[in-house]
Design a protein around this ligand. Sequence first.
Ligand code: BV8
Ligand code: ZN
Length: 239
Amino acid sequence: MFEQIADKLKDAKKIVFVTGAGISQESGIPTFRGTDGLWRKYDPMKLATIDAFYDDPKLVWEWYEDRRKNILAAKPNPGHQAIAELEKYKDVVVLTQNIDGLHQRAGSTKVLELHGSIIRIKCTVCDFKGDFKSSFDELPPKCKCGNILRPDVVWFGESLPQDVWQEAIIQANSCDMMIIAGTSLVVSPANTLPIYARQNNAILIEVNPEETVMSQDMQLSLKSTSAIALPELISIFQK
Ligand code: BV8
Ligand code: ZN
């Protein structure tokens, strides 16, 4: 699959990955828009928004609790593992839209979570933030300050954490190769990262069984799943 760019892969100094829900699909975590899409059962704009949360915090919490249980039971798949393995050969940074923490659990050490993390919580009022591994006996859970807690994720209409977003742009601007895996590139501003990379003359590679809005702009658009394609990419370095 990667023969035609094997040399470019070997010459690359810094490889930045932009990943989305598709890379966790083979870990059993439903994507957002695919046929197994998580949102098939729920109306995404209804639940992943601040209004929905204040409208019905219990319902939104039940949705996240349901997803968090599935995520904590899931394991990184060969796609996540290949990206972690690549760190042995290259400077690798992962810019992920996913909130499942699977890149870190696979061993990736430089991961920017653009949309936050389902295993972190924060207070809706004070600056409390914490890990969220156990279950709560009541939903929505309360902070010590008396206000309700929320998952530390970015909802639609909310801006991304400025420090994370600024750092993501720096990484996209300073890589010589960007591999976009498992994302429909529908959600902004994450979907602008390949544009920053292209402006910096980076080689763009896409790994997605389906066509996306940017497939035509890629030097290589692999119609494959990430758990199949990414281990093949690593095998180039293991010959
Ligand atoms: C912002 C965290 C501005 C929560 C997520 C109209 C109304 C309202 C808003 C907007 C609007 N138009 C534009 C917007 C902006 C909005 C947006 O982009 N909306 C979209 C829907 C049009 N964006 C925002 O609101 C962002 N904030 O813009 O702020 C601002 C500025 C200043 C001040 C205030 C505000 C915030 C966006 C973050 C939303 N939070 N997640 C949670 O997860 O619960 S987004 C959510 O979508 C996930 O993070 C997910 O990762 C992400 C993107 O989806 P994908 O990852 O691409 O997943 P998808 O299912 O779409 O695609 C999967 C792909 O994988 C497919 O292509 C499939 O073919 C492929 N695939 C499947 N299997 C595999 C595979 N690939 C490889 N291997 C496989 N096995
Ligand atoms: Zn508080």
